[in-house]
Design a protein around this ligand. Structure first.
Ligand SMILES: *[C@@H]1O[C@H](CO)[C@@H](O)[C@H](O)[C@H]1NC(C)=O
Ligand SMILES: *[C@@H]1O[C@H](CO)[C@@H](O)[C@H](O)[C@H]1NC(C)=O
Ligand SMILES: *[C@@H]1O[C@H](CO)[C@@H](O)[C@H](O)[C@H]1NC(C)=O
Ligand SMILES: *[C@@H]1O[C@H](CO)[C@@H](O)[C@H](O)[C@H]1NC(C)=O
Ligand SMILES: *[C@@H]1O[C@H](CO)[C@@H](O)[C@H](O)[C@H]1NC(C)=O
Ligand SMILES: *[C@@H]1O[C@H](CO)[C@@H](O)[C@H](O)[C@H]1NC(C)=O
Length: 349
């Protein structure tokens, strides 16, 4: 769970403290002390007393009031920031299936203990790999299995307690297997049943939260892609997650064909454009293991600008500009070019 207070700290840190114009420290202190004095029926003098009952009252009113000030001042921005940075499912729950409970945490990731299939067919945890290592992935053009490098890691949380969905299936040796991903993470599914080995059938990458028992998934075992059915969908809570990126945006995780992406509140075309600099080539300039905010700094910077420094209208326009540039440059955009669009949008406000 990501508390509002920690988000606020991130936000204030990100804003460098200069943009918090709406409230001054003195007006905040006077709002808090006035509220505390009224609610706890203390006088100016007893406000600072050690009296247990009074200080308990003071503390609870204080927290409540600070929360209210945070909500009133930043509520709207916080919601947008959380939605964007952590892909919280804030979209209208149009799906009537009760199974798709919206998760309040990061949506983009594989549980930390997920094993990914390497180019040589063995599997490894992300923590034992580095960017540039070759893994099995899907060729999006012809649906064959190929190899691609891990280009970078988008989100790193070694220990954060996180709700996941565990998709169970039985492998060809009749052994139970499972894939643990965040609710919004995209996993491949198809309507075509494939008993024999073949290329990836027609189908699509769908958020884990929509999966139900009996849904087909595609697994890769002993050099063979085939379909099998999900035998159980289990909500679990585990610590830590990672979201590695690859050049085809696909990966084989615990034997299952999956996307490296998650469902996003951002416009789909823009999401692809935004991510493209990170999957286009291996990024060797950054360590794989840790980021200051858990999130890749390129993504984090743009999220902060888009969600806290631009109006929704200006941000929407910037998304359009970004998509256009992505098309004009035939999918080859740099992080700097993409970031500049948002800096320009901010500068023009
Ligand atoms: C309460 O205390 C503050 C700080 O000592 C002082 O500035 C203020 O005038 C006091 N208010 C009242 C109503 O006594
Ligand atoms: C602040 O907003 C959060 C989330 O919308 C809400 O759960 C909480 O009750 C609000 N707190 C106050 C004091 O308004
Ligand atoms: C595959 O490659 C990894 C990493 O280079 C290595 O540790 C592992 O032993 C290899 N597995 C096989 C079966 O060759
Ligand atoms: C994907 O398949 C196409 C068509 O068969 C081929 O031209 C391309 O080189 C393949 N790409 C990779 C990364 O294997
Ligand atoms: C499977 O078929 C249904 C009904 O035609 C369709 O709505 C759904 O999108 C299909 N699923 C996939 C993964 O193609
Ligand atoms: C996938 O769908 C396309 C068009 O809908 C069709 O032409 C193609 O044969 C299908 N591929 C497979 C493997 O079924």
């Amino acid at each position: 769970m990501i508390g509002r207070a920690s988000i606020l700290l991130m936000l204030v840190a990100a804003l460098g403290g200069y943009n918090v114009a709406a409230i001054s420290t003195t007006s905040m202190v006077s709002t808090i002390s006035t509220t505390v004095m009224a609610s706890c029926q203390c006088t100016n003098v007893s406000l600072y007393t050690d009296n247990k009952a009074l200080s308990a009252c003071r503390k609870s009113v204080l927290i409540e009031t600070i929360d209210r000030i945070i909500n009133e001042t930043f509520g709207d921005r916080l919601t947008r920031l959380e939605a964007a940075a952590f892909s919280v499912a804030t979209t209208s729950t149009s799906s009537s299936t009760s199974s798709s409970t919206s998760s309040s945490s990061a949506n983009t990731c594989f549980a930390a203990d997920t094993r990914f299939m390497l180019a040589n067919g063995s599997s490894a945890l992300l923590t034992s790999m580095s960017t540039g290592d070759l893994v099995k992935c899907i060729n999006n053009t012809d649906g064959t299995i190929t190899t691609c490098p891990i280009t970078t890691v988008m989100h790193v949380e070694h220990t954060l307690t996180t709700p996941f969905l565990k998709l169970h299936y039985i492998d060809s040796q009749s052994k139970p297997q499972s894939l643990v991903v965040t609710h919004g993470h995209l996993v491949f599914t198809t309507n075509e049943s494939m008993a024999e080995c073949g290329d990836l059938p027609n189908g699509s990458y769908v958020a884990a939260s929509y999966f139900e028992v009996g849904w087909p998934i595609v697994v890769y075992e002993n050099g063979c892609l085939r379909t099998t059915l999900v035998t159980a969908v289990e909500p679990v809570v585990q610590n830590g997650f990672y979201s590695p990126l690859t050049t085809t945006a696909t990966i084989i995780a615990e034997g299952v064909v999956a996307s490296v992406y998650a469902e996003s509140d951002l416009p789909t075309d823009f999401y692809g454009a935004l991510m493209s600099p990170l999957i286009h080539k291996v990024e060797s300039t950054l360590p794989i293991k840790d980021y200051e905010n858990g999130i890749h700094p390129y993504i984090y910077n743009i999220f902060i600008i888009a969600t806290t420094q631009l109006t929704p209208e200006v941000a929407a326009h910037a998304y359009e500009v970004a998509k256009q540039m992505y098309q004009d440059k035939k999918g080859v955009v740099t992080k700097e070019e993409m970031t500049q669009i948002f800096l320009d949008a901010k500068g023009a406000m």
